[in-house]
Write a protein that binds this ligand. Structure first.
Ligand code: NAD
Length: 258
């Protein structure tokens, strides 16, 4: 059990990649606070994990609101006594062509995806510095940090920003023994991907034509990288973003879809 005795906070943990991270961390021995705006499903998932004798609690939290993020870090400390790990994962999409995009939608996506990661990282790191002993933070980026989708303007901007945030956090927090890394998934089979890029068979074929491994990724295939990054196996790794993308970033042109 690589994370025995550690305390982890995962945002956007009611479903998808965040839930997979929370569940794997708990199976690796961590006490986990699942945070999400989706109270009902988040509470149900935490209860499901507790039924399996795992240590899990839920906190309602909108990551774009500073007071809620600070209260969530305090809740992690209240439940479990400290905080060693953060996965800043909550994220949303909004589809609109560049010429049509509304200012409010640009602001909303940036507030959740980019400011939310800053707020969670700052609140968690302040707690880690206060208690001493270092820590590990993972920011959920995307291949869209470096590749653009034309009708996902604020999303791709937010993810590009996250990669720089990961670097600046890593160098700012290194002296405190806090490591900060990013994960940039390709297309993972979740509700978000259904909304953003998997709307039809044709859309799915387009994705697969850009995916050398020939299939979508699973949330568990992102969670396993998060568990590595926050464990002592990655003790000399900081400031990096790792891309579980089925080979997408290595590919020019397309591959045949079977
Ligand atoms: P998802 O939609 O399945 O889950 C996202 C979770 O975040 C939901 O439970 C939602 O309620 C929660 N959430 C939304 N807004 C929130 C807020 N303001 N505060 C707190 N929680 C909030 O999405 P997913 O696919 O699991 O995505 C998780 C992360 O992974 C996102 O940052 C996303 O950009 C990133 N990502 C996903 C893919 C993919 O293909 N699925 C690819 C690259 C990156």
């Amino acid at each position: 059990m690589r994370l025995a005795g550690r305390v982890a906070l995962v945002t956007g943990a009611a479903r998808g990649i965040g839930l997979a991270c929370a569940e794997l961390f708990a199976r690796e021995g961590a006490s986990v606070l699942l945070a999400d705006i989706a109270r009902e499903s988040g509470e149900a998932q935490a209860a499901r994990l507790r039924n399996e004798e795992l240590k899990a609690q839920f906190a309602a939290c909108d990551v774009s609101r500073k007071a809620e993020v600070e209260a969530t870090v305090a809740a992690a400390v209240g439940h479990f006594g400290r905080l060693d790990i953060l996965v800043a994962n909550a994220g949303i999409v909004h589809a609109a062509e560049f010429l049509d995009l509304e200012e409010a939608d640009f602001d909303r996506v940036i507030a959740v995806n980019l400011k939310g990661i800053f707020l969670a990282g700052q609140a968690a790191a302040r707690q880690m510095v206060r208690q001493g002993g270092g820590g590990a933070i993972v920011n959920m980026s995307s291949v869209n940090a470096v590749l653009a989708i034309p009708n996902q303007v604020p999303y791709v901007v937010s993810k590009g920003g996250i990669n720089q945030l990961t670097k600046v956090m890593a160098i700012s927090l290194a002296a405190h023994g806090i490591r900060v890394n990013g994960i940039g998934p390709g297309t993972i089979a979740t509700e978000l991907a259904k909304q953003a890029v998997l709307g039809s068979e044709e859309a799915k074929r387009k994705i697969l034509s850009r995916t050398p491994l020939g299939r979508l990724g699973e949330p568990s295939e992102v969670a396993s990288i998060a568990a590595f990054l926050v464990s002592d196996d990655a003790s000399y790794l900081t400031g990096q973003t790792i891309y579980p993308d089925g080979g997408r970033l290595a590919l020019n042109y397309t591959v045949p879809v079977v």
